[in-house]
Design a protein around this ligand. Structure first.
Ligand code: BT5
Length: 247
C-alpha cells in the first residue's frame, strides 16, 4: 500500500490514576495540537464503547488511548483498529493467554467453551477525506480485573482470571505499544497476523449493518479492514457493523 503510516515516533505517556475516558482526554490533546501521546489510566469513570455504549473500566485494567497523526486518508483508518487487536492478541499470547480476534474490534478468550470479551477497541478520528488530522485508538484491556466487577451480561473475562495470577501491566502495555507501533506501519503485515488470530474467519456470522443484516460465512479480511462474507449467493464486503458468531 502506498500510504505512509508513520508510527515510528516515540510516544509520550500521560498517566492518570483516574480519568473519565482516555479517548476523551486524547481528543482534548489533539485539539491542543499534540501528537504521539499515549494517555494511560488505572481507572476510567466514564469509559465509552462504540455507539455511546458504556465501557466498564475498574482499577486494575489497562485503559489507554494512542494519539497520532498518520499521513493517510480517512478510509484507511480501520487498519489501525485491526493493528490494535493484533498487538493485544500477540501480547496476550506471549503472556500465555490464547486470545483470538473477533471482527471488527474485539479480542476474546475461550473460557469453558464460550468466547468471552477480554479487550475492546474504539478508534476515533477527525480530518479531511483525503488526509486525517488525527487518529485516537482507544484500547481497553481487562488486565487485573475481577470479571465479577464487570456487568454479567457483557460476557467478559480478564487476563488475571484466565491466568489465575496478575499480569505485569507495565510490561504488557509496553509490548502492546511496541507491536502497535511496528506492525501498524505495515498494513499487509497487520492483515496477515490478523488472519492468524481471527476466530471470525471460517465461521457463520450475522452482521448488523446500517443497511440491514448480512448472514453468511466469513471467508476473509480485506484492506483496510472489511470482512468478506459469502452469503451463499454472493460475496459481500462489509466495512462496518456488529458481528455475531452463529457457530
Ligand atoms: C468496545 O465497544 O468494545 C470499545 C471499548 C473501548 C474501550 C477503550 S478503554 C480506553 C478508551 N477510552 C474509552 O473511553 N474507550 C476506550 P463495543 O463494541 O460497543 O462494546 C461495548 C459493550 O461491551 C458494552 O455494551 C458491554 O456489553 C460490554 N462491556 C463493557 N465493559 C466491558 C469490559 N470491561 N469488558 C468486556 N465487556 C465490556
Amino acid at each position: 500500500s502506498a500510504v505512509a503510516y508513520g508510527l515510528d515516533a516515540p510516544f509520550e505517556i500521560e498517566y492518570h490514576d483516574a480519568v473519565p475516558s482516555t479517548n476523551a482526554r486524547a481528543r482534548e490533546l489533539a485539539d491542543e495540537g499534540a501528537s504521539d501521546v499515549v494517555v494511560l489510566a488505572d481507572e476510567q469513570t466514564g469509559g465509552r464503547g462504540r455507539l455511546d455504549r458504556t465501557w466498564h473500566s475498574p482499577s486494575g485494567g489497562i485503559w489507554l488511548s494512542v494519539l497520532f497523526r498518520p499521513d493517510v486518508p480517512m478510509a484507511a483508518t480501520p487498519v489501525f483498529t485491526l493493528a490494535a487487536a493484533v498487538a493485544v492478541a500477540r501480547a496476550a499470547r506471549e503472556a500465555g493467554v490464547e486470545a483470538v480476534i473477533k471482527w471488527p474490534n474485539d479480542v476474546l478468550v475461550e473460557v469453558d467453551g464460550e468466547e468471552r470479551k477480554l479487550v475492546g477497541i474504539l478508534t476515533e478520528m477527525e480530518g479531511e477525506a483525503d488526509r486525517v488530522s488525527w487518529v485516537v485508538v482507544g484500547i481497553g484491556i481487562n488486565a487485573n480485573v475481577d470479571p465479577a466487577a464487570l456487568p454479567s451480561d457483557a460476557g467478559a473475562t480478564s487476563l488475571s482470571a484466565v491466568k489465575g495470577a496478575p499480569v505485569d501491566r507495565r510490561r504488557f502495555t509496553q509490548r502492546v505499544l511496541e507491536t502497535f507501533d511496528t506492525v501498524g506501519a505495515d498494513p499487509e503485515a497487520v492483515l496477515d497476523e490478523w488472519r492468524e488470530y481471527a476466530s471470525t474467519l471460517g465461521r457463520r456470522v450475522r452482521i448488523d449493518t446500517p443497511g440491514g443484516d448480512i448472514t453468511g460465512e466469513a471467508v476473509d479480511i480485506e484492506y483496510p479492514g472489511s470482512l468478506v462474507v459469502d452469503t451463499g449467493e454472493e460475496r459481500v464486503t462489509v466495512a462496518a457493523g456488529d458481528c455475531d458468531h452463529l457457530r
